[in-house]
Design a protein around this ligand. Structure first.
Ligand SMILES: *Cc1c(COP(=O)(O)O)cnc(C)c1O
Length: 375
């Protein structure tokens, strides 16, 4: 898209410009796919396919790339959770496929979830489970979940274990994916791993998960879409949900082809900026911030262990007269909104994620901070 067309949507709809220093945020549009992916999306939109053939063959292609038995593109990771839960409850039962919520037929519906994983990622995990016909059973405590806490809840009503691999979750004293896979295997219960924002598309499958779910536009930088990868039968059951509760979560031909291309590029030609490269990009920005009174900046590494470096910016309210919470609000005002990671604002700090921020945009952020604090 040329600059004129791009400018057009901002002026035509009176949209605010955004500098995204918050990371892969759904509320800002997540990521920007590379040209090969947008070309594939455009090509896909202009063609016809037998959709079942498209779903099956692209799924096989992705599965081969990832060394897995089976895969399918879905509309987003949340839809992946919903349909994975429904798949493991419904299996081949046609009555339940067509009437998952209306039918009172007895099948196991309990989904065991570590309590510290029952998070809100923008929508609550347990709402997704309910939508898929499951009943969340929380294992362990807010700050602890061991394999025995999961084992204690297993019964004839258990349909699956759900593990959320995410920075949103409690990390301390919670069993690992490998631990969850071991306990699942021991009892013959399937394991679903929501790895929506994770970067490794093979690790959790290789650890023994039956279904692993990724968000298409986060680490993979594809179009709005999701990926489910896993064991052959489990993924076939997920695909079958297209004739049940999956229909209002339909992914189009353009999303299927676009994500398949994005995964191919992600696996064969990663353009990934390393954490060290991020540090180099943000160093001049940090030096300038550190020269301001009442502001300090330092490098912090991703809490979930990914190779992502961020700038932690601390605001000293006694010096600048504004709290970090006020700064977050003020940075979003004006012609260009600047979004930080705000999780720690109540402690006087924010993180700037530079993955989607250019060096000139870092300068804009610096000047905006400087202007707000009147220095
Ligand atoms: C982003 C995210 C989701 C939702 O992904 P969508 O593709 O936006 O539906 C689910 N779970 C976790 C842990 C996430 O980070």
């Amino acid at each position: 898209m040329d600059l004129a067309t791009k400018d057009d949507v901002y002026s035509k709809y009176h949209l605010k410009r955004v500098i995204n220093a918050s990371g892969r945020m759904t509320i800002l549009g997540v990521s920007t796919p590379r040209a090969e992916v947008t070309d594939t999306v455009a090509h896909g939109l202009n063609e016809y396919f037998e959709i079942k053939d498209l779903v099956d063959k692209t799924g096989q292609y992705i599965a081969k790339l990832l060394g897995a038995e089976n895969a399918a593109v879905v509309s987003c990771a949340s839809a992946g959770i919903v349909q994975a839960v429904a798949a493991l409850i419904v299996k081949d039962d046609k009555e339940l496929l067509y009437a998952l919520h209306a039918s009172d037929k007895y099948v196991p519906r309990e989904i065991i979830l570590p309590k510290g994983h029952n998070v809100n990622f923008g929508a609550p995990v347990d709402t997704m489970v309910s939508l898929g016909g499951g009943i969340v059973v929380e294992a362990g405590y807010a700050n602890e979940c061991k394999p025995e806490h999961i084992e204690a809840l297993m019964s004839a009503d258990t349909a699956a274990i759900l593990y959320i691999k995410s920075h949103h979750c409690v990390q301390k004293s919670i069993l690992s994916v490998a631990d969850a896979a071991a306990v699942a295997k021991k009892h013959g219960i399937p394991l679903i791993v929501d790895a929506a924002a994770e970067e490794d598309l093979q690790a959790y499958y290789n650890m023994g998960a039956d279904i692993v779910i990724y968000s298409g536009a986060k680490a993979i930088e594809g179009p709005t879409s999701g990926l489910v990868v896993g064991r052959h039968q489990a993924i076939e059951w997920v695909k079958q949900q297209a004739n049940g509760i999956g229909r209002p979560m339909k992914v189009g031909k353009e999303g299927i082809l676009g994500l398949t291309k994005a995964i191919e590029l992600y696996m064969t030609d990663p353009k990934k900026e390393s954490g060290q490269e991020m540090v180099i990009k943000m160093t001049p920005f940090m030096s300038k911030l550190n020269a301001l009174n009442g502001i300090s900046a330092r490098v912090v590494w991703d809490g979930a262990g990914r190779d992502i470096a961020r700038v932690e910016i601390s605001f000293d309210q006694n010096v600048i007269g504004k709290s970090a919470v006020e700064m977050v609000k003020l940075m979003k005002q004006g012609d260009t909104a600047v979004y930080f990671r705000e999780y720690k604002a109540n402690e006087g700090r924010v993180d700037a994620d530079v993955r989607s921020v250019s060096a000139p945009q870092l300068e804009v952020i610096y000047l905006k901070i400087k202007a707000i604090i009147g220095q």
